[in-house]
Design a protein around this ligand. Structure first.
Ligand code: F6R
Length: 240
């Protein structure tokens, strides 16, 4: 695992955007895995600027998002569909046919999850997976547990994650308690992974990843088994 330590959130965002841009320029029809949350917003802003000033082209890129709350409508401002439109897709030249996000309103969750994995396979797998990390080490919504799921699945969010995400909602009781998420196989089969962490509330989870031990109690620690992972941290997240 490679570790890049940046001064602050801005530098982390710029560093990540530059790496993503390099990958897109090298393979314009790449398959890109995308996260939501506070962490990637600055990186998305940088990528938007590059598209708008004509130095980056997303027209051939295919995207798969990591996760979505369940149940939730795509039109709900708290949904990850809505987040991606607002923070990224509405501002870049992406072909909407190439955008994939799990359906938070599907009736048959198992079928939706199986089809999502099949679609990723049909596109030849994810070339570059971008990730954030939860304060408890979760990646996508693979929460710490004795067992982790390999494939895309429905998951119950931990109390900590519900509490962490309450900042996006009017009150904690409005936070959905379930989500659909890529599993560990879906993440680890990406050819390259870039994971971002900012702020001291991520420092403990990040430090556990660099102990050289792998544990399902910190799902991000499984990234140590992947051959091409870059952690981009700000100084606060790298603090421990
Ligand atoms: C979101 C996702 C989550 C977040 C994580 C960190 O699509 O997969 O794993 O990356 O919860 O969230 P923030 O960036 O809001 O701290």
């Amino acid at each position: 695992m490679q570790k890049l330590i940046c001064k602050d959130y801005e530098e982390m965002s710029r560093t990540a955007a530059d790496l993503v841009a390099k990958e897109v320029q090298a393979k314009p029809d790449m398959v890109l895995g995308l996260p939501t949350g506070s962490t990637p917003v600055g990186m998305y802003r940088q990528l938007i600027s590059m598209v708008q000033n004509g130095t980056l082209d997303f027209s051939q890129v295919t995207t798969f998002n990591l996760d979505e709350y369940y149940p939730i409508d795509a039109s709900n401002p708290q949904s990850y569909h809505y987040f991606m439109d607002e923070n990224f897709f509405n501002h870049i030249n992406i072909d909407r046919q190439r955008v994939h996000i799990l359906d938070g309103r599907c009736e048959d969750v198992q079928q939706e999850c199986a089809q999502y994995d099949a679609r990723i396979r049909d596109f030849g797998g994810i070339d570059l997976q971008l990730l954030g990390i939860g304060g408890n080490g979760h990646i996508a919504f693979n929460e710490p547990d004795d067992f982790l799921d390999a494939n895309t699945h429905l998951v119950s969010l931990t109390a900590q994650t519900v509490q962490d995400n309450a900042r996006f909602f009017e009150s904690e009781d409005q936070v959905p308690t379930q989500a659909v998420t890529l599993g560990m196989q879906g993440i680890l089969s990406a050819k390259k992974i870039i994971i971002l962490a900012s702020g001291k509330n991520k420092a403990k989870a990040v430090s556990e990843v660099f102990t050289g031990k792998i544990t399902t109690q910190n799902p991000a620690s499984l990234l140590a088994a992947h051959r091409d992972v870059i952690f981009i941290l700000d100084e606060a997240a790298a603090g421990l």
